[in-house]
Write a protein that binds this ligand. Sequence first.
Ligand code: FAD
Length: 389
Amino acid sequence: MVCALALNRRGIPVTVFEQEPAPVEDQRAASLHPTTLEMLDDLGVTEKIIPLGLVSSAYRFHDRVSYSVVAEFDLDQMRDEFRFPFVLQYEQYKLTASIAAEYANASDFDVRFSHAVTGLTETADGVDVEFISPGGTEHVQASYVIGCDGGRSTVRKLADIEFEGFTYPERFIKIATSFDLGVANPKVAFRNYFSDPNEWCNLFKVQGKRPPGLWRAIMPIKAEETDEAVLDPEAIEQRLQKFFPKIGRYDVEYVNVYAAHQRVAATFRKGRVLLAGDSAHVNNPIGGMGMNGGIHDGINLADKLARVIHGEGADELLDVYSRQRRHAAVKYVQAQTIANKRLMEERDPAVRQTNFDELRHTAENAETAKAYMRRAALADSLRDAAAVT
Ligand SMILES: Cc1cc2nc3c(=O)[nH]c(=O)nc-3n(C[C@H](O)[C@H](O)[C@H](O)COP(=O)(O)OP(=O)(O)OC[C@H]3O[C@@H](n4cnc5c(N)ncnc54)[C@H](O)[C@@H]3O)c2cc1C
């Protein structure tokens, strides 16, 4: 939706095909980094969503074994560098639905639900797109197709683009509770990473649908554990009580289990077919980088594609898009999320201690803390990718 809006702002007519009948309420991404907020601001979106989300300037690393805070990074220190020196906790499903509702109601920004793309045939001057809608199988002609259709992308498969990488043997469980962990435990910020050799945890707050909001915990589950066993309400209760013991049962708003992958498409461009977002790259959620990287793709691509369509740039710009964003995905998002997971799950006590000491020193020194936050906010990835030709 962000890519479509950015293209539309550049005078390019866009049609979005979404296979689901309505905007998908998928409880995944929620952290918008400062770099992404700047891009959304250029589209006039940021000021509208700030009052609807949670402003989170500090994030904390905890040692779950000793119940201590190892390090805190505060984006407020980045006021001189970031227009928005905080992360906005605002669910992706709200962002996409609000863009669709507010902007996509003109013939040149057409969002069609219950339309599933099933085929692509490249022609001399465009792409024939086959889709299934309630009316049956139909076709439309497009100048270009952008696959923003998620990790299992049909567009990527139809274009026969490899999705290189690996899938973790363990899966992750995500549990959301309305119990206000932030009030109950003052050590907790809106965004937290708990290192634990047995069960690391990411804990974040989102607004959800009503006050006091939701706390979302993501933890690993063993490869041999069945969905049935981990989704059993008693097992969920025990998991939460082990994490933070309290009197009375937890109110669980939702829970799901999912596989995590580290994969990047071999190319983000093949002829007139382009990939952006999870269709181009997937990663574990530690660090909140997947959606942010996808939005960065969408903005980069919209700019270059608009120039190509308007005759202001050569077709090769689309290859530059592929190289720049693939570089950002491989060198930054993949590398950082893999490292983040290792830090969270490290088992060797000596290595854990060394990791914590390094993290503490990094956070305590203003310059190293800023460098850390620049990288975590994907600012380094944008600067470095922009230099790729
Ligand atoms: C638990 C969890 C927490 C996360 N937290 C964060 C976070 O805080 N920050 C962050 O940056 N990232 C986070 N991520 C990653 C993030 O959720 C994804 O990177 C992001 O949702 C990908 O968005 P997307 O638009 O590329 O794909 P999707 O959100 O998967 O959207 C793809 C859409 O395409 C539609 N579609 C699929 N096939 C077709 C077809 N053939 N025709 C038409 N429509 C089709 C689907 O219905 C879907 O609506 C998290 C992931 C998980 C699992």
